[in-house]
Structures are given as C-alpha cells and as structure tokens.
Design a protein around this ligand. Structure first.
Ligand code: NAD
Length: 338
C-alpha cells in the first residue's frame, strides 16, 4: 500500500484523491486545503484534512473545521505527495518534499525542470520507473501526446500541426473568464504546447497554436499529422477503437458539440469526468499525406489516470500494461464506447 498525500484539494486534487481511493495498492492518508471554505468542509467528510499553510490553522479552528495537522505533519506519514497546488506553487513546495524525503508528482502548471521527467502513461511509462520527482503534463499536452504516440506507433510522422481551442476557465472559476470574445493565447505564435509535447515525445516535429473561447466544458483540438507514408483511415479508427483511453464518438449519434459529449458523460460519470480523449470518428481523414483528427479534451479529468499510473511507475509496483489496465478498470475507462 503506497501512502499518498494530496497537497491542494482543488479541481485536480479532489479527482486524484478519489482515483487513489479506488485503487487496492495505494491509499489517501490525507488531503490539504488552505482555507476552511465549503470545499474544505466537504474534503473533511471524505478524507483526513490537513492545512496546507500552517499559519492558517487557527482559521480552520475558528470555522469549526477539524484538521489533523499541517502539511508537514502529513508528509511524515506518507511515501508520496501528489502536488495539485496552483501553477508554479508546486515548485515552491518542492524543498518541503525533499526535506521530508518523500517522492512527489507535480502537475502540468509547473515548468518541466521541477521534475526528473515529464510523464504520459501511454507514451513513456517506463521513464518514470523508480523516479522521485515526476511531472504529469497538462491537459492539452496529455490529449495531444496520447494521440500522437498512437499514430507514431503505426506510421512515420513527418510533422504535426495542431490548434487548441481552449475552454477559457474551469466551471468554478467565477472570478476569471470572458463572456464574449476570442482570446489569441498566446498572441505571439506558436504556443508553448508543442514544446510541452516534446518533453514526452522529443523527436516529434510539432508546432501548435492556441485560442481561448467562452466555454468551460472542454478544449477542442484540430490536429493534422503529415506522414512519410500513406495511412489507412480504417486502421487508424481500429487502433483508436481498441485503445480504452480514446473514446470515438459520431455525429450520427448526435454528438454535434462538446455540449452533447458532456451531456452523455453526465449519465455515467461523477462530475461528468471524461478521462478519455474524445475523437470524432468522421473527423479522421487522410488527404494529401496528412491525417486529420478533431478531438475534445475534458480538462478537469484527462490527467487523473496519468497521476495514478505515475505513482505505480515511481514505486516500481506494476508494469506499464498492468498499471494502465488496473487504472482503466477502476476508473471504468473504456466503458463509455457506443
Ligand atoms: P485549483 O485552483 O482548482 O486547485 C488548487 C488548490 O491548491 C486549491 O484548493 C488551492 O486552495 C490550493 N492551494 C493554494 N495554495 C496552495 C499551497 N501553497 N499549497 C497547497 N495547496 C495550495 O487548480 P487546479 O485546476 O486543480 O490546478 C492544479 C494543477 O493542475 C496546476 O498545475 C494546473 O496547471 C494543473 N492542471 C489543471 C487542469 C485544469 O484544467 N484544471 C488540468 C490539468 C492540469
């Protein structure tokens, strides 16, 4: 049983905690919050709660929210911490993890040098074996990396060009966002996503662009992969059909937008979490040496299985195939196929 802490029980952290709790080879020893809000109250009902910023302990006491101690107390009890704090805060937390002698997983909001390797389960599970510090790449990078890796196993890739149409904020982020407009983000092209993909797939020639639009549900990726050889669309579809972390959907079934995809997920999944890349079957096309794919990525959920697989790799307790199979079964990944 690998004893885990989740530092930062936010969008990502609450999902990682629930996913760890479903595994039989790891457990949640505690989660942290910075302030005693409704999420802290909910967290305390589900898991032992610790305060992420020790100076704030009194605020919890005053609000009547029971805590078991501080992050430092929690680190004494665990083998690994999954850092799910906001962008760039993970790097500030790293010295605390080093001092406590625990392994740590960082998220995609951190720079790549926070960890020994950047991780995607399908593409480079074995690189994380035995490592102390691993970064699970961001939602967009996870979505791109999975697809590019699968195509790379089938064909010789000349270059990849991808455009990310990004949800502007997560649903709960009421202080940020736009209600009317499109944000070129970044304005100066290309976007950083290509460089991030190369932290996992260093030999892929990829350039990306990205724009934010007023939606909170999912990102949408328009991908074109130029190949050095001819591709057979039927073979690509078959490969995607057999990969549990890909969910093929069809316009014929009424999946006309990300709104419809989420409506489907609402029927089956807590928080409508989609751990799979959602690819439109009809979008997969091969024209003039280029393979075209349109996919939607549920930003809040896509990296959760990767965090679980990274834990197994870091403690060398399962092979890539065994870990992915176990994670898929426990999170019911692959069960939504129509
Ligand atoms: P979030 O804001 O929802 O959650 C962050 C949590 O960390 C909050 O509960 C906050 O109170 C807490 N926190 C603040 N300061 C802290 C500190 N010093 N120590 C510990 N906890 C602290 O953020 P999120 O969306 O869950 O993002 C977390 C990480 O996951 C980021 O690196 C982000 O880039 C990455 N990520 C986010 C998404 C997404 O779409 N939400 C997708 C993939 C990866």
């Amino acid at each position: 049983m690998i004893k885990d802490a989740i530092n930062g029980y936010g969008t990502n952290g609450k999902r990682v905690a629930d996913a760890v709790a479903l595994q039989d080879d790891m457990k949640v020893v505690g989660v942290t919050k910075t302030k005693p809000d409704f999420e802290a109250k909910l967290a305390a009902k589900r898991y032992p709660l610790y305060v992420a910023i020790p100076e704030n302990a009194e605020k919890f006491e005053k609000a009547g929210v029971k805590i078991e101690g501080t992050i430092e107390d929690l680190l004494e009890k665990v083998d690994l911490v999954v850092d799910c704090s906001p962008n760039k805060v993970g790097a500030q937390n790293k010295p605390m993890y080093e001092k406590a002698g625990v392994k740590a997983i960082f998220q995609g909001g951190e720079k790549k040098d926070v960890a020994e390797i950047s991780f995607n389960a399908l593409a480079n599970y074995d690189k994380a074996i035995g490592k102390n510090f691993v970064r699970v790449v961001s939602c967009n990078t996870t979505g791109l990396t999975r697809v590019i890796h699968l195509i790379k196993e089938m064909y010789s890739i000349k270059k990849v060009r991808a455009t990310m149409i990004r949800r502007v904020v997560d649903p709960k982020e009421d202080k940020k966002g736009i209600v009317n407009g499109i944000i070129p983000d970044p304005v100066k092209l290309p976007s950083h996503h290509a460089e991030d993909v190369k932290t996992v797939l260093p030999d892929v020639n990829i350039v990306t662009t990205a724009y934010k639009v007023p939606t909170t549900l999912m990102h949408l990726h328009s991908i074109s992969i130029e190949l050095n050889e001819k591709a057979d669309v039927k073979d690509v579809i078959s490969r995607f059909e057999e990969e549990p972390r890909i969910l093929l959907v069809s316009e014929n079934d009424g999946f006309t937008s990300t709104a419809k995809v989420i409506e489907y997920a609402r029927e089956f999944r807590k928080r409508y979490d989609l751990f799979e890349n959602v690819i439109w079957r009809e979008s997969i096309n091969f024209e003039d040496n280029e393979l075209y794919i349109t996919q939607a990525i549920h930003q809040e959920a896509i990296v959760i299985p990767e965090n679980i697989d990274a834990i197994r790799a870091m403690f060398e307790i399962a092979s890539k195939e065994d870990s992915i199979k176990k994670t898929n079964e426990t999170l019911e990944i692959g069960k939504l196929k129509l």
